[in-house]
Write a protein that binds this ligand. Structure first.
Ligand SMILES: *[C@@H]1O[C@H](CO)[C@@H](O)[C@H](O)[C@H]1NC(C)=O
Ligand SMILES: *[C@@H]1O[C@H](CO)[C@@H](O)[C@H](O)[C@H]1NC(C)=O
Length: 243
């Protein structure tokens, strides 16, 4: 699980983390998210080379992250929780049903269900969670690689939607069809507007279409100043169609 927290001088404003349920390392027993912790160094393929691994460091469980947030005693803290699994590599993690069945009950028991957004590139989790726990706020993550078919496998990331056949390629409508609270597309590719060949993905047209359908728009991951500035302009000047 990786953890990103936004702090102000006195409080955490929001906490975002990514939840892996690893099949091989088994940090969580099936049906029980409160299982043993797992050593970061045993993550193998899931560990990114850019992340410093401290010997003996443990990956926190969901419950431990909630314990940490509880320490601040601020009931307004919001959580953005990303389910991490890859529909094309199902045995890297526990099953999609484990995510669907187990996450929300823990959040409910701990008093976090109403302050959590569950986001995923793998829309199977969003659709399944929404069906079982209809009040859950979901965030449909997207980028240029998840809105195209994976060879013969079709649109593996979109939870059974055939984007071409069902929505003529319109992924804003597709996200709306799964009742996502928010649309969360990559801002553009590659990583910064300063990178040669940069192409916006979250365009002004996308933003206004999503707003018309009642979804908020949360482009990811906008973390350098020029790109932040550009995104603000794109959103603010939506009606003029500035790119
Ligand atoms: C994961 O599953 C694929 C087939 O879907 C198989 O080829 C591969 O050996 C499996 N890997 C592990 C580590 O079990
Ligand atoms: C979306 O909401 C509509 C209306 O409440 C419902 O009929 C439909 O089953 C929902 N679809 C999903 C994928 O949650």
């Amino acid at each position: 699980m990786s953890l990103t927290a936004m702090f102000s001088s006195s409080a955490i404003l929001s906490v975002a983390f990514e939840l892996f349920m690893l099949a091989n390392a088994r940090p969580f027993a099936t049906g029980d998210l409160n299982g043993e912790t797992v050593e970061v160094s045993s993550l193998g393929a899931m560990a990114k080379s850019s992340i410093a691994v401290h010997p003996g460091a443990k990956i926190s469980t969901l419950e431990e992250v909630l314990d940490l947030i509880d320490c601040y005693g601020d009931k307004k803290v919001q959580i953005n929780l990303e389910t991490k699994l890859d529909p094309e590599n199902p045995n890297q993690t526990l099953s999609v049903d484990t995510y669907i069945d187990n996450l929300v009950p823990i959040l409910q028991r701990r008093g976090y269900a109403d302050r959590t957004y569950i986001q995923s590139f793998d829309w199977r989790t969003l659709i399944g969670i929404k069906k079982k726990f209809p009040k859950t706020r979901t965030v449909a993550l997207l980028d240029d690689t998840t809105v195209v078919p994976s060879g013969n496998l079709g649109f593996t990331w979109l939870g059974g939607i055939d984007l071409q056949k069902d929505f003529a390629g319109d992924w804003v409508k597709a996200a709306h069809s799964i009742n996502a609270t928010a649309l969360s597309p990559v801002h553009g590719v590659p990583s910064s507007v300063n990178t040669p060949g940069y192409k916006p993905f979250t365009t002004a047209a996308i933003v206004s279409q999503a707003h018309e359908l009642g979804m908020i728009v949360v482009p990811w991951t906008v973390d350098d100043e020029v790109t932040i500035d550009k995104m603000f302009r794109r959103v603010i000047h939506t009606s003029q169609g500035i790119e």
